[in-house]
Design a protein around this ligand. Structure first.
Ligand code: ATP
Ligand code: MG
Length: 561
């Protein structure tokens, strides 16, 4: 394969600079260890791919390791279905975490031991205010908070309450464990944040063993420390939580001191990425499931026909920065187009068939014409297409009264059939309503390999042989949202759904060489776009998803086309 086909190497970004610096100064003995920490409450999306490429990429560049860690501290929203999909998706993207699959829930015992230590050290206390009261005491951005009346509770009393909370003696919300930091801190995250709450809920891994669950802010730094994570990379919304991350490490004194570094999350226009919003699309059946080809999930993109190479290349192109921005989804589409241009086999397919009969082609005769499999890849070779008297062409490649620059088929006009003969339309057949049902044509027998083989005509159109073609369903996808910023100004993003995001065409015809192709096969239907064989296909009833059209809006916007 063409060496330029490899994904561009990741540029040096501020995170890689930090890591390189730590290497120079010999921090952590030169060790680089990252983690990808999804919460198993939904499928991974293209934003997660950015984080995956970064965490696994940085580790690989320094012969380090990257762990897969489920951040499963919230028992009510998590599910094993999500755990399985996450592993499949990370692996499919091309990354390997060896046997280092970890769960924050594996650390529940250690986390509670550290919590008891904080209580004994006077660094945490049990608060018995209600949730409303706690909110009230917290203050605002402009006003300091007030100390809870429970703040000075004796350590032994807090410890006893904590252990009874753990045993399930109290209902949800009766007490919480809070860090004792500073109720007047200008950073609200430091105003005695909650470390543990009571939840009488079954957890997908620990079952009913726990009646208290730690918060993310408490569990994450300690999980990182337990795993010896050197660089804990997370998105920008955790920047204000970093002082708390450091506080937890400083006061629990685990054997290792990790460092949190924040980067800007991926935002894409015309796309929603929050798992909560994606779940709403699935639950309200606005899409066929998490892997619907219109979804920005890894599973959806895979089913749509995106390759792992294209997604990794996209992540390398967008880079990693400290400032929020919005990436044009046209760049993602451009990247997949470039990738498929190199790897996808070409095929002829007719989406909306119109029959043509070549009257001077002998009845019952058929022949084979040679077609190029991929002009970008000479090694892909050629194939033989059956040609016969009755063909299908694309309905909109014919116009009875064409405008001036219409270089396709119209009465009395010649076009070349791709890889085959020149034909002329002699007669238009219509039904009673006046709709065109068939064209009667004639062909130039010398125009393939004979005297007029090199004769040039204005247009070339695609076709398939009617008796040989396979009938297929084709699903034409468009963007799921019509608005560049779905749900802008607090609107429900579902009100911005594109009603035309899926058009299903039954009765498309495709060349017979695609019979028996495997689900996931991508092809370029010439002049139409890139398509991918859907897992819904049956051998006698293939289904193709349109991955992306041939029209490249990003190249045009960027002035590169
Ligand atoms: P969402 O808001 O979509 O539910 P999340 O941040 O809650 O996402 P997690 O499962 O907690 O989802 O994320 C796992 C990791 O992926 C985290 O480190 C998170 O920062 C990162 N991540 C999530 N979304 C993005 C994104 N859009 N761009 C880059 N990284 C992301
Ligand atoms: Mg999260």
């Amino acid at each position: 394969m063409d060496p330029t086909a490899e994904a561009a190497p990741a540029a040096v970004d501020f995170i890689r600079e930090i890591v390189a610096d730590d290497q120079r100064t010999g921090r952590h003995g030169g060790r680089v260890h990252t983690r990808f920490p999804p919460e198993p409450n939904g499928y991974l999306h293209i934003g997660h791919a950015k984080s995956i490429c970064l965490n696994f990429g940085v580790a690989a560049e320094y012969s380090g390791l990257c762990n897969l860690r489920y951040d499963d501290t919230n028992p009510t929203k998590e599910d094993v279905e999500y755990v399985e999909s996450i592993e499949e998706d990370v692996r499919w993207l091309g990354f390997d975490w060896g046997d280092r699959t970890f769960y924050a829930s594996d650390y529940f015992e250690a986390l509670s031991q550290y919590a008891e230590q904080l209580i004994r050290d006077g660094k945490a206390y049990i608060d018995s205010l209600t949730a409303d009261e706690i909110r009230d005491y917290r203050g605002t951005l402009t006003e300091p908070g007030r100390n809870s009346p429970c703040r000075d509770r004796a350590a032994e009393e807090s410890l006893d309450l904590f252990q009874r909370m753990r045993r399930g003696e109290f209902p949800d919300g009766a007490h919480v464990l809070r860090a004792k930091i500073d109720m007047a801190s200008p950073n609200i995250n430091m105003r005695d944040p909650t470390l543990y709450r009571i939840r009488h809920a079954s957890h997908h891994r620990t079952g009913d063993a726990w009646r208290i669950y730690p918060t993310y802010d408490y569990a994450h730094p300690i999980s990182d420390a337990i795993e010896g994570i050197t660089h804990s990379l997370c998105t920008l919304e955790f920047e204000d939580h970093r002082p708390l991350y450091d506080w937890v490490i400083e006061h629990t004194r685990p054997p290792f001191r990790p460092r949190q570094i924040e980067f800007a999350r991926l935002n894409l226009n015309y796309t929603v990425m929050s798992k909560r919003k994606l779940l709403a699309l699935v639950e309200q059946k606005r899409v066929a499931g998490w892997d619907d080809p219109r979804m920005p999930t890894i599973a959806g993109l895979r089913r749509r026909g995106y390759t792992p190479e294209a997604i990794r290349d996209f992540c390398a192109r967008i880079g990693v920065a400290k400032k929020e921005n919005v990436v044009d989804v046209a760049l993602l589409e451009h990247t997949v187009r470039e990738d498929l241009n190199r790897r996808a086999r070409r095929a002829l397919a007719v989406l909306r068939p119109l029959k043509i009969v070549i009257e001077n082609y002998p009845e019952g005769r058929e022949e084979r014409v040679e077609a190029v499999n991929n002009p970008e890849d000479p090694a892909a070779g050629t194939r033989q297409l059956p040609f016969s008297r009755e063909l299908f062409i694309e309905r909109d490649d014919f116009m009875e009264q064409p405008p001036k620059k219409f270089f396709r088929l119209s009465p009395g006009v010649e076009v070349r059939l791709r890889y085959a003969y020149i034909v002329t339309c002699d007669r238009v057949v219509k039904d009673e309503s006046g709709a065109v049902t068939e064209l009667r044509c004639s062909y130039d027998p010398e125009s393939l390999s004979g005297a007029s083989a090199s004769r040039r005509v204005k247009g070339t159109i695609h076709w398939v042989s009617a008796p040989h073609a396979l009938e297929a369903e084709v699903r034409l996808y468009d963007r799921l949202f019509v608005s560049p910023d779905p749900g802008q100004d607090g609107r429900d993003p579902l009100t911005d759904l594109n009603p035309g995001s899926l058009e299903r065409l039954t009765g498309a015809r495709i060349e017979p060489s695609l019979a028996g192709a495997e689900a996931g096969t991508t092809v370029q239907f010439e002049r139409l776009g890139y398509f991918c064989l859907d897992p819904d296909s049956r051998p006698e009833a293939p289904v193709f998803n349109r991955t992306v059209t041939l029209k490249d809006t990003w190249a045009r916007i960027a002035g590169r086309g």
